[in-house]
Design a protein around this ligand. Structure first.
Ligand code: SF4
Length: 314
């Protein structure tokens, strides 16, 4: 196999976004400031490699605040955001908390609150049970937001007594699928109010465009990322819909399908917003060990977004 030539088209931008960089930095700075252990509610970002490395420096991950054994230690809320009830619960327990919610998720939270105050009933386009969706719905009293996941849900959706409705979306959805849902919503509810600025974030949009740009030239496409990472799973779907049917997610338990790669001339590679570049490098090194590899990085846009970390950690 060693003399078989494979071209790798490497999508750019890929991997860590500004929200993920910030969340990880918040955890590391918290360890420096408070010492170990520091608790994190939910995976700080959806990536096993990141989570395992943080465990090594003294981070304890919990699903609920009730699991925190030593409530004198601080807890960090993950980048996906939390319902208001969670900060209230932390206050009840007198646990110090640091909020690592991505500012672009917080923007959607504020949008939901403002719409609610202005008397709108809200439709949230997103995935059931995703932590970001739970967090966004939890910004408002129960019954103020309805979740819609697809065009079928739009068809079935019935207004109750609402006079004014508005929609918002999860930040990590497929740009194209969401557009179809929005078109269906606007057709059904012509008066529906749109967000001032799109809720799907810059990182999601750029990573999807970068994959779309090269997928049709590839015999196979690989996305490095975790199974529970919405962003990464969407990239696999985008690659498939853009013409590379044989697209796969490479996660912590995946085996590299060398027997299939052997039959390819060109493969595409990208990674989700929560996947570190090391995972891409390791993957490419495995391919390099078996084949003669030529790498072409195709960058569609330069990203320079940086988010500040909370002042109390500086
Ligand atoms: S994917 Fe977007 S919304 Fe999510 S953490 Fe990254 S920048 Fe923030």
């Amino acid at each position: 196999m060693k003399n078989k030539k494979i071209k790798i088209l490497l999508a750019a931008p890929r991997g860590f976004c500004a929200g993920v960089e910030r969340a990880i930095e918040i955890v590391k700075k918290s360890i420096t400031k408070y010492g170990a252990p520091v608790y994190v509610r939910h995976e700080i970002v959806h990536n096993k490699y990141v989570v395992d490395n943080l465990k090594k420096i003294g981070v304890i991950f919990v699903d609920e605040l009730s699991e925190i054994k030593d409530k004198s230690r601080p807890v960090i809320f993950s980048a996906h955001g939390v319902p208001k009830s969670i900060s209230a619960e932390a206050n009840d327990y007198k646990i110090e908390y640091i909020d690592a919610t991505c500012p672009l998720v917080s923007k959607v939270h504020r949008e939901a609150e403002n719409l609610h105050k202005a008397g709108y009933h809200i439709i949230l386009i997103g995935h059931l049970n995703h932590p970001e969706v739970i967090g966004t719905m939890g910004q408002l009293p129960e019954g103020s937001i309805d979740l819609i996941q697809n065009e079928k849900d739009v068809e079935k959706y019935k207004l109750k007594n609402e006079k004014k409705i508005a929609y918002i979306t999860q930040t990590t959805l497929s740009v194209d699928d969401t557009q179809n849902i929005i078109t269906a919503l606007k057709k059904k509810f012509v008066e529906i109010r749109e967000p001032f600025k799109e809720d799907i974030c810059y990182a999601t949009t750029n990573r999807q465009l970068a994959v779309k740009n090269i997928a049709k030239k590839c015999d196979m496409f690989f996305v490095l990322g975790s199974k529970n990472s919405s962003n990464s799973v969407r990239l696999v779907e985008v690659a498939q819909k853009s013409g590379c049917i044989d697209s796969e997610l490479i996660h912590s338990e995946s085996n590299v399908p060398f027997h299939k790669i052997e039959k390819c001339t060109t493969i595409g590679v990208s990674s989700g917003a929560s996947a570190p570049e090391t995972l891409v490098e390791n993957f490419i090194n495995k391919i390099k060990a078996k084949f003669v590899v030529k790498i072409d990085e195709i960058e569609i846009v330069k990203e320079n977004v940086v988010f500040k970390i909370p002042a109390k950690l500086n």
